[in-house]
Design a binder for this molecule. Sequence first.
Ligand code: ME8
Length: 643
Amino acid sequence: MSKPTYYITTPIYYSSGSFHLGHCYTTVICDAIARFKRMDGFDVFYLTGTDEHGQKVQQKAQAAGVTPKQYVDKLYDQIVALWKTLNISYDKFIRTTDDYHEKTVQKIYEKLLQSGDIYKSTYEGWYCTPCESFWTESQLHDGKCPDCGREVKLQKEESYFFRLSKYQDRLIQFYEQNPDFISPKSRMNEMINNFIKPGLKDLCISRTTFDWGIKLPFDPKHVAYVWVDALTNYITALGYLQEDHALFDKFWPADLHMVGKEIVRFHTIIWPALLMALDLPLPKKVYGHGWLLFGNDKMSKSKGNVVDPFVLADRYGADVIRYYLLREIPFGSDGNYNNEALLTRTNADLVNDLGNLVSRTAAMVTQYFGGEIPQPNAYTEPDSELIALCEGALPKVRQYMDELSAPDALTETLRIVQRANKYIDETMPWALNKNGDKQRLATVMYVLCECIRFAATLLEPFIPQTSAKIFEKIGLPLPKDFAGLGRFGGIGQGVTVHKGDNLFDRIDIDKELKELDKLAEQAEPAEKSPAPDEQTEQISIEDFAKIKLRTAKVLGCERVAKSDKLLLLRLQVGSEVRQVVSGIAQHYTPEYLVGKTVVLVANLRPAKIRGVESNGMILCAADDKSVVFVSPEKPMDSGKEVR
Ligand code: ME8
């Protein structure tokens, strides 16, 4: 009989900066789930990758003086090294610059055009480049991006639009019929109240102001919107619309898209609507996990509060990081990272509980039985308690993993370890040895080794290196599945333990905290936010030539009624006279301005300011304190071109 399938994905990571411990969170969780499902008899496909196109990447590459491809290649190497360090067992790594992906995205755009889901229009609104997100005026928070709090830019460009609004009712219906689609539940309400209820607008899905993206086949001056490019990775990676689509046939729809909470809206609104337009089945679940915070802020390079996973892995090993992220951060909510919690959790669970149990047991089996695990005799109390605990563990852990709660799954597993340590104190093997009660001693040793086998098997998805080391120590082959967890008593005759080194060394917390602080001081500074001129896109001379600048002479000037900021200027521009409203009343008196020559943006669309018509804008320079108008350095007639 063929195995049930399980398709799990992480988001694809932005290739626009270095990776920190917060990034590891999504991938480590997915890895634990993927490993668990494999051990639990599923045919798993675990996908991860990198999101390599977009304006942000182009700007960063430009600032670094390299091509975008060179830039993303470097980050690709970095992230692959990170996942190797953390033992991430993905089945495929997709890069959005992979040829097959680019070609398939083009086919997807063609398909959407043919189905009438795409049309051409003009986008006018706000754009957050770091998030690559479009926002309406009312969605902004204090004029800033509601997701990351950074500056947004007013964008006006010819674009292709996806008819997202058309799918609003079908989306609501889908959510109603699939109440677990968006998890945790609170995120479902957030999506409905914040995005669906105010009404979905059609989505701009192409850009023309930069070119680091996938060109639209039917209009190559447009590149695909990076989120459409990125979201479709989940199907292009499987061979959708490609010659070999066996994986797509086998694994789609995805069982789980694991994502951080800030990108739930892309995955639960835009992505399902695109899939509906492509007439494809929808994923079964999108889980929006919380953030890893550092000092109560989201850990992120731009905030400068990052922890380097390479440094931690180098000092303590990958499993310490994996265990901390999986055990300590309450799943679904935000969790605050601090070095002390990491070290304390490591000492308590991994050194004291797990490490001690394994080393004490291996030492006793060596000392009392020459290293060979003895077969048990009759079980008595409290043996049966431990047997029940072990035999009941897998169903409970499975239930927690189905609920995607790694912390509970680990707590349940560690119960076996903790109970076994207590069992050593209760049964006092050293006394049994002293009294010559070899029969009981054999049973006690056997019970302990079995507890270790159960715990180490259940720990494989979470801390695979440690699990492998434990199996080596107790002389058993690494299990490939959970089949051996059905019944207590799986260790046969002739198995020999190997004492070896400790699994984990105890950490001197005070000393390590100082060391980690020192390392943090030496680390790279926060990513500086680009200076305004770095952030601004470059324009061509043709673009600049569209702006008509003219010298103008102030013929008359008065205050605008009921406004302490506005002046109404009457300007001579060559043979023409114009009126222009300018917000400089707090910096100039009308009398001072009359007779001065200013520079006018002459082809600005007329606007009404406080009900007064304004035909142009005069150029001013400004800092925090003052505003000064720009004037030709020597006398100049009005109406002359400024260029
Ligand atoms: O969002 N705590 O990529 P990304 C927990 N390219 N998780 C964190 C985190 C933190 N402090 N910081 C980042 C993108 N993450 C898009 C995805 S998918 C079609 C496109 C998580 O590199 C974040 O929540 O910004 C996300 O799940 C993952 O790292 C990648 O984030």
